[in-house]
Design a protein around this ligand. Sequence first.
Ligand code: 5RP
Length: 234
Amino acid sequence: MSLDRKEIAKRAAAAAAVALVEDGHRLGLGTGSTAKWFVELLAERAKAEGLDLVCVPTSLRTARQAQAAGLKVVTLDEAGWLDLTIDGADEFDPDLNLIKGGGGALLQEKIVATASDRMVVISDASKQVEHLGVFPLPVEIATFGWETTKAIVEETLEDMDVEGKIATLRMDKDEPYITDNGNFIIDCHLRRLGDAEELALALNMIPGVVETGLFVDIADSVIIGYEDGTTEIL
Ligand code: 5RP
């Protein structure tokens, strides 16, 4: 099977992350097309080397893939604390702040990454930005009173140093997209967000907001994969 260039880049980043895994590790497994490569390559290595690993997936999708590949899957509470989480991102900036949640798994991704000694992001180079915000910021919200919550989010954005201010309900065909936790997602089309921490705090103060896809001070490093199969670590 020949891979397109983007897939070569994602696979290269994932392969470099697999090399960070040690026997006995408790691992967080991210969600998305790059994390999918990680799970596949991790399972191959674990099998070949007989590694004793426990894995906490961040979505049903990843749980199914990991189980099918023969990895030992447990809940976060069973694992307690994790040595390392590997996950993709939609954008990362020079301070390693992230936008995540394009795949809808931001809540569990943030809980799992926060419960880890180390979070390593794997990405192709297209996600690297000077300023976060071109990728729409996903915000997970409760379904109860969602229109009111969305209106308050928009009002809050009005008061913040951001460029765009439109929030749209994420759809899955003709129905609202439902997260693994039974919530909705609104995507905030900001173009450029100002202070990431300030924005995350303001949004998290709104009742009805469950979590935002802004990961501030959570990632420890980013492995960038390139289309020639090489990698770089930030
Ligand atoms: C899912 C995520 C993903 O990590 C993010 O969307 C990147 O996905 P991909 O590797 O497919 O580009 O945050 O909620």
